[in-house]
Ligand binder design. Structure first.
Ligand SMILES: *Cc1c(COP(=O)(O)O)cnc(C)c1O
Length: 359
């Protein structure tokens, strides 16, 4: 029986990608070795990196005004790398906060710049995106940062934030490659790979070239964007296996019809699940309809005393990792690109049966 893995990250990979990894494990590209065992300076690896960059640029429509980089250290490293490179202790930056990861981002940034949030930061679980007064934003701030999809709370931006012209920077870790957007609206975008772009170990960074190499701060070579831009991310030995998996995932996205087709599928998957939850009195979702996530769907049982039973029985039914993050509670189905519609159907069938037997 098929197992559906609703993990929020590291998350499910497309089956085709896992099969390809298996097929190439003992002989990658005629090298007689796995990709993990060849030099990153070898022609085979450089060709692979070239294809990866070209495909990422094609799928996301990234112009030559932008540098694309692969950086270790997770999205978390970007929380400090961004302010250290393009702001300073004397500078300032604006953060729109609507969930857990935005809170982590501003906390780290505050160590390196005057980081200001657009609205008071709440201790409650976010269920919408707080409004703010655009005219109140400091026009001298070095950048404006937000999290396009808050992975724990399932709160997603469906329009661009108003920045009054400030350079826009975005943590897209949980929704890059899941929907269409215009890179040209941004100065910088980053996503660690383990949600929709492969496996943990690398963070994909897109940055306007004119933002790179301008820092007046004394920064370690390994945390200077210029190092990655100038060497095409080949300064130190890069995480070669995650890089290779990213290419396989990009090829898979292309085979699915590209990001537009992926998005249509994600919208169908998420609306099917939300519609089911909304019509039920047994389950509920607390997020405002206009900012519900298309990739992380949190839901609660009206009777929370059934939570453990739900998790145990769903796992037995081969529906894995449905437990909500401890900061939010309840359940969460992360339905990233690799989860097919059949996974949503299996989940809903289980939820109906659980309601029938426990409701
Ligand atoms: C998972 C996640 C992170 C954390 O990524 P790391 O690679 O563990 O640093 C940051 N932001 C968002 C939106 C996430 O979903």
């Amino acid at each position: 029986m098929t197992v559906y893995n609703f993990s929020a990250g590291p998350a499910a990979l497309p089956l085709e990608v896992k099969k390809q990894i298996e097929a190439e494990l003992y002989d990658w590209n005629g090298t007689g070795c796995s990709v993990m065992e060849v030099s990153h300076r070898s022609q085979e690896f450089i060709d692979m990196a070239d294809e990866n960059e070209a495909l990422a640029r094609e799928l996301l429509n990234i112009s030559n005004d932008y540098s694309v980089m692969l950086i270790p250290g997770g999205a978390r490293l970007q929380y400090s790398m961004l302010p250290v490179n393009i702001s300073s202790q004397q500078g300032s930056a604006i953060y729109a906060i609507n969930g857990h990861w935005g809170k982590q981002a501003i906390k780290e940034a505050a160590r390196f710049t005057q980081a200001v949030s657009t609205a008071p930061i709440s201790n409650d679980v976010y269920a919408d995106i707080p409004n703010y007064d655009v005219s109140g934003l400091n026009p001298k701030a070095d950048y404006f940062h937000y999290t396009s999809n808050e992975t724990l709370e399932g709160v997603q931006w469906h329009k661009l934030p108003q920045t009054n012209g400030l350079p826009l920077c975005c943590d897209m870790t949980s929704d890059l490659l899941t929907r269409e957007f215009d890179v040209n609206d941004y100065s910088m975008i980053y996503a660690s790979a383990q949600k929709n772009m492969g496996i943990a170990g690398i963070t994909f960074v897109i940055m306007r070239r004119d933002m790179i190499g301008k820092s007046n701060n004394l920064i370690p070579t390994m945390t200077d964007y210029k190092t990655y831009a100038d060497t095409r991310s080949f300064y130190n030995t890069p995480p070669t296996f995650p890089w290779y998996v990213m290419l396989l995932v990009l090829r898979w996205v292309k085979s699915q019809g590209g990001v537009a087709a992926i998005q249509r599928n994600n919208q169908l998957k998420s609306s099917t699940l939300y519609n089911y939850v909304d019509q039920s009195d047994f389950y509920l979702n607390k997020v405002a309809p206009d900012c519900r996530s298309e990739v992380n769907v949190p839901f609660w049982l009206a009777d929370e005393s059934l939570n453990q039973k739900f998790l145990t029985e769903s796992s037995v039914a081969n529906l894995k990792a449905l437990k909500g993050h401890m900061a939010v509670g309840g359940m969460r189905a992360s339905i990233y690109n690799a989860i097919p519609m059949s996974g949503i159907e299996a989940l809903i069938a289980f939820m109906q049966e659980f309601e029938r037997t426990h409701g």
